[in-house]
Ligand binder design. Structure first.
Ligand SMILES: N[C@@H](CCC(=O)N[C@@H](CS)C(=O)NCC(=O)O)C(=O)O
Length: 211
C-alpha cells in the first residue's frame, strides 16, 4: 500500500495519475499548501525539502520525495509504464530529466510571474514565458515523429509532462501553435485514469480541454 502525500498541483497530479494508471493500492493524505502544511515536522520527516508530492510504501517503509524518483519507483514496483530495454530505458530517463529540470521549473516560474503576479514584473514574466514557448517548441518537434515522448509507448514521461501542459491557459499559451503537443494532450486527457488522477485530492478544477 502506498501512502500518497499530495495537493492539486502539477507535481502532485503526476503521482495521483500514475497511481491510477498502474493500479497500485493507495491512500491519499492531502497536504494543504495554502495552510502551510508542507512545513509541519511530521511531513518534513518524509519530505525534507518541504514539497509535495511524497510517498511512503508501507510494504517496506521506504519514503520518497521528488516526483521523478517517485514515478520511477512506482513504475518499477508495478512493472508498468516504463521501458525496460537498454535504449528505451535511457531515452525515458533523458526525457524525464528534461521534464524535471526544464518543463517543471520554467513553467512554474510562468505561473508565478505571468498568472499570479500578472503586471508586477514584466521582465521576469517575459523571460520565463519566452523559455516556456521555446520548450513547447522542443516538445512539438519531439512529438512530430514520436507518438509519445519515448516512441510508441505511453510512459511515466508522458505522465510527468501532462499536468504542466494542462496549465497552458495559465501560461497564456495557444496550444493551436503546437499541433503535435495538442494532439498528444487531447489523447492523454481522454484516459479515465488521467481524469480521475486530476481530481486528487478532491478539488473543483476541471481538466482543461483546448478547443
Ligand atoms: N522537484 C520537485 C518539485 C516539487 C514542488 O515544487 N512542489 C510544489 C507544488 S507543485 C510544492 O510543494 N510547493 C510548496 C512549497 O514550496 O512550499 C518534484 O518534482 O517533486
Amino acid at each position: 500500500m502506498i501512502d500518497l502525500y499530495t495537493w492539486f498541483t502539477p507535481n502532485g497530479r503526476k503521482i495521483s495519475i500514475m497511481l491510477e494508471e498502474c493500479g497500485l493500492e493507495y491512500e491519499v493524505h492531502p497536504v494543504s499548501l495554502g495552510k502551510g502544511e508542507q512545513h509541519q515536522p511530521d511531513f518534513l520527516k518524509i519530505s525534507p525539502n518541504n514539497k509535495i508530492p511524497a510517498i511512503v510504501d508501507t510494504d517496506n517503509g521506504l519514503s520518497l520525495m521528488e516526483s521523478g524518483a517517485i514515478l520511477l519507483y512506482l513504475a518499477e514496483k508495478s512493472g508498468k509504464l516504463a521501458l525496460t530495454d537498454e535504449v528505451g530505458r535511457w531515452k525515458m530517463m533523458e526525457w524525464l530529466m528534461f521534464q524535471m529540470a526544464s518543463v517543471g521549473p520554467m513553467f512554474g516560474q510562468v505561473h508565478v510571474f505571468t498568472k499570479y503576479g500578472e503586471g508586477k514584473n514584466e521582465e521576469a514574466s517575459a523571460r520565463y514565458l519566452d523559455e516556456a514557448k521555446r520548450l513547447y517548441g522542443v516538445m512539438d518537434e519531439r512529438l512530430e515523429n514520436n507518438h509519445y515522448f519515448v516512441g510508441d509507448q505511453y510512459t511515466i514521461v508522458d505522465i510527468a509532462i501532462f499536468p504542466w501542459v494542462g496549465r497552458w491557459d495559465w501560461q497564456t499559451i495557444d496550444l493551436g501553435e503546437f499541433p503535435n503537443v495538442k494532439r498528444w494532450y487531447l489523447e492523454i486527457a481522454d484516459r479515465p485514469a488521467v481524469q480521475k488522477g486530476w481530481r486528487i485530492p478532491e478539488n473543483d478544477q476541471p481538466l482543461p480541454i483546448p478547443e
